[in-house]
Design a protein around this ligand. Structure first.
Ligand code: AHR
Length: 499
């Protein structure tokens, strides 16, 4: 099959915000305990942080980490997780029906972020708590000193403020499964009042209001309209959450999930700008896609919880396949192509729980197939996204709709000296000969390519076979009559770099 892409330096979408390459650590299953934090593990440092995991986190290139939830945050007392460990309460945790020991809390998270070189993104509890607790946590984290809660932080051994900039006003407050779920008007009012207090306390923060838990929620779009009517003046972002599922053997529908991400973003932009229009406001609300991933094998209630209130149960431990990596990569490119409005995004989650990284408690750590598209993008999709013209074949999915075989994004590096082209070939049967017209660019050298394919679309990486699915150096691009020619194998993730 044949396809073509035209790129022109005059036509750009915008710059990728580093926060597009974020992830998420929730008190859920083995994400914290046995994931990033495991005192006694052979690689643990004096604070109990697994160094094997920190090394993989660095290699991944992740920038910002959302914490502590997720559904968990909606029942969380942040006070439980600070101060002397032996005084911290054990609790029955009602989001995931586990026992929370609180051995890890806000200060441990900040310390872990500092060691791993990450920006923290905190969520406040607007489920069982409200504006007062939100401003309390902000005071504890960000006020230098001279107040009761900043003094408490000093007393807990942290004289320097954590200076957290980015704050989520609750989590998935529209969802019936959320602790303390609310109507749009109830949540919008609470979020507005919490935001006011938080901003008065620290004007430097940026705030994210909760959008819908997914595009399929019954109140989708109407929820965002009402929430933004209430919060428009006091927030910078609205959140989006999207998990992609494969139903049965419907690979084509699964592949098309990435296109629905684009549709979802466009719809929320329309709703947000509609709220702005009614106010005749030039302000533009940006999007924080702060939970996204493939997730379908461990999603039903039976696999989501384990009986007996266990500590750190092995739940939501999805083993991703090569096929998942294609959907994941295509979704990531879709976010990148909308970087003018999507300013933050977090893969849910970082370790073990639908994670980019897997670990054995007490044992090894390894990379899931989805690790690699993320790593490539976090490294090379920094800069200006080009507004590409792509012509390619299509496949049929859903209700007979046509979707392009290729999902692609092109990013010119900050210094303008190199260009990275990312492509997913979603055609499982045919290789594609892709012609690239780099008109107007002064890029005459092909630098390198990476390709990730597998002889088995269902291949996974396991502790015993951790590198079954991984990228390799790909073929060189060739030049013919002023255009570059690239080969995209069937069902493949590809990166081509020029300078
Ligand atoms: O990431 C897993 C869960 O999915 C999060 O806790 C919640 O916000 C979402 O429903």
């Amino acid at each position: 099959a044949k396809a073509s892409i035209v790129l022109d330096p005059a036509f750009t979408v915008g710059k990728t915000d580093p926060r597009l390459f974020g992830s998420f650590v929730e008190h859920l299953g083995r994400c914290v305990y046995g994931g990033i934090f495991e005192p006694g593990h052979p690689t643990a440092d004096d604070e109990g942080f697994r160094q094997d995991v920190i090394e993989l986190v660095r290699e991944l290139g992740v920038t910002v980490i959302r914490y502590p939830g997720g559904n968990f945050v909606s029942g969380y007392n942040w006070e439980d997780g600070v101060g002397p460990i032996d005084k911290r309460p054990r609790r029955r945790e009602l989001a995931w029906f586990s026992t929370e020991t609180n051995a890890f809390g806000t200060n441990e998270f900040m310390s872990w972020c500092a060691k791993a070189g990450l920006e923290p993104m905190m969520a406040v509890n607007l489920g069982t708590k409200g504006a007062d607790e939100a401003r309390g946590l902000l005071e504890y984290c960000n006020v230098e000193g001279g107040t009761a809660l900043s003094a408490l932080r000093h007393q807990h051994g942290h004289p320097n403020p954590h200076r957290v900039k980015l704050w989520c006003l609750g989590n998935e407050m529209d969802a019936p499964w959320q602790i303390g779920a609310k109507t749009a008007r109830e949540y919008g009012t609470l979020a507005r009042e919490s935001a006011k207090l938080m901003r008065w306390l620290d004007p430097s923060i940026e705030l994210v209001a909760c959008g819908s838990s997914s595009r399929s929620m019954p109140t989708f779009a109407e929820w965002e309209r009402i929430v933004l009517e209430e919060t428009f003046d006091v927030v910078e972002y609205i959140s989006l959450h999207g998990y992609f599922s494969k139903h049965g053997d419907k690979s084509r529908d699964f592949m098309a999930e990435a296109d629905l991400v684009g549709r979802y973003i466009d719809e929320i932009v329309a709703v947000a700008d509609g709220v702005a229009a009614r106010r005749r406001s030039p302000k533009r609300i940006m999007l924080s896609f702060d939970e996204w991933n493939v997730w379908y094998r461990t999603r039903d209630r039976a696999t989501r919880t384990k009986p007996g209130w266990p500590e750190a149960p092995a739940i939501l431990e999805e083993l991703f396949t090569m096929e998942d990596a294609l959907v994941f990569g295509a979704a990531l490119l879709t976010l990148i192509n909308r970087c003018n409005r999507v300013k933050a995004a977090c893969v849910a989650q970082l370790v073990n729980v639908i994670g980019l990284i897997m670990t054995e408690t007490g044992g090894r750590a390894w990379r899931q197939p989805i690790f690699y598209p993320f790593q490539h993008a976090a490294q090379w999709a920094r800069g200006t996204v080009l507004d590409m013209r792509l012509a390619c074949g299509t496949f049929t999915a859903g209700d007979g709709e046509q979707f392009p075989d290729i999902v692609s994004a092109a990013v010119l590096a900050e210094d303008g000296k190199s260009l990275s082209l990312f492509c997913v070939n979603r055609n499982f049967d045919l290789a594609i000969d892709l012609e690239i017209d780099l008109r107007g660019f002064d890029l005459s050298n092909f630098v390198e390519s990476r390709v990730m394919i597998s002889d088995d679309i269902n291949a996974t990486n396991t502790a015993d076979d951790p590198e079954r699915v991984r990228p390799q150096n790909g073929p060189a691009a060739t030049r013919h009559k002023g255009a570059w020619h690239l080969n995209l194998p069937p069902a493949s993730w590809n990166v081509f770099r020029f300078e």
